[in-house]
Design a protein around this ligand. Sequence first.
Ligand SMILES: *Cc1c(COP(=O)(O)O)cnc(C)c1O
Length: 374
Amino acid sequence: MLPYGRQSISDDEIAAVAEVLRGDWLTTGPAVRQFEADLATTAGGAECVTVTSGTAALHTAYAAAGIGPGDEVVTSPMTFVATASTAAMLGATVVFADVEADTGLLDPQAAKAACTERTRVVAAIDYAGHPADYDALRTVADSAGALLLDDAAHSIGATYHGKPIGSIADLTTFSFFPTKNMTTAEGGAVASVRPGLAERAARFRNIGLVREPHRFRIADQGRWHQEVHEFGLNYRLPDVLCALGIVQLRRLAGFLARRRELVARYRTLLSDVDGLLLPPQRPGVEPAWHLFPVRILGGRRRDVYERMRAAGIGVQVNYVPVYWHPVFTDLGYKRGLCPVAEEYYEQELSLPMFPDLTDDDQDRVVDVLRSLLG
Ligand SMILES: *Cc1c(COP(=O)(O)O)cnc(C)c1O
């Protein structure tokens, strides 16, 4: 089965990981610091804190934002469940706002209407790797007195009006799962341009431990002493995986160039197919196409999905609206809440998209899809 996404690992990654295994640090050593510094460069100078997954990154970012019971987080349902579930686990109430019909991105008007005096975070998703409408969302977040969060699991390396993703929202989260734009196996990071937030994130991913003597609340202990002021978790990404990430980050520009080439080929090869919509690209953004989400019209998505899988093409559907998950319906969220997202979901199909996808394999994807829709 041709997958919809997969990692690209070269001998350089294998050598880098082997070198760490032969060295002194397996967990928090020099590769963590270097990977975080390299990520900061990619993220336009934002301070970066590595963690063990994109889900951990979201949990850590919400914890750094200080959200808890009584607070509201406004977000889009057209995302992976973790964007919302990690906020709910901290006790916050998730308020879903609908998406733009063509991009599937959080609609700033809907986000504005969803804000109340309890809104603490407005969380956008760069769905498929296309940056959300940050100028409008910044206005929405600022007027609500909320922080702006970017779930950039799909979009590391993208730019918005020339600025790198990571440097735009107050908090940005990355995922380094194998299907994403670069990988550390499991892994993720929180990036922040706001003073203090990255520091809080770093403490949360390290059990909440405070190690700076001037901050101690227990006096007169020895040099061994460290103490906890706020609860945290062990979300530390080990040196072994950061070494893999350092090499992947060096290859990211090449990965994204190939993804853009594949998008251009899909656009050319599929431009004249009836009953098919291709994802639009807004002016002023350079997406980092993680997915190529097409829309199958006329109620045929399920049939096309089944037939493509039967032909050995691993298409995917991203995503079931988050509030359809029983964990949310059990809390009282109802179908119909975000009708634009629901219609998007009913039509969406993600075609294979990864850097090592060959032109020949892509041609086969196109031929099968054309024959099904023709
Ligand atoms: C993959 C993904 C996550 C979670 O990342 P993991 O590394 O798999 O935990 C969160 N949000 C979005 C939009 C994702 O695609």
